[in-house]
Design a binder for this molecule. Structure first.
Ligand SMILES: [Ca+2]
Length: 85
């Protein structure tokens, strides 16, 4: 599998706490459960889930900078897990 990397942020416009992930995150890493508000997908395609352990609704994002998750169609402060697909 090719290397994939995503950075998730607590606030919009890539502010607040951040967490840089290169592996699957069944618990949304570093206390950002239900707190993610912006995302930079550095590489790969990632699927973001409403609940921990890859449950509930999900949304896919490819490489890009998403200054607010809502602009990418994802409810704010809702992501609880994510993994590369
Ligand atoms: Ca959630």
């Amino acid at each position: 599998m090719n290397a994939a990397e995503v950075i998730v942020y607590e606030h919009v416009n890539f502010g607040g706490k951040s967490f840089d992930a290169t592996s699957d995150q069944p618990g949304a890493g570093d206390n950002l459960n239900d707190k993610i508000s912006s995302i930079k997908v550095k590489s790969g395609t990632w699927r973001f889930y409403e609940y921990i352990n890859y449950g509930g609704r999900y949304w896919d994002l490819g490489p890009g900078e998403y200054s607010s998750v809502e602009s990418a169609g994802i409810p704010d402060n809702s992501i609880s897990s994510f993994r590369q697909i």
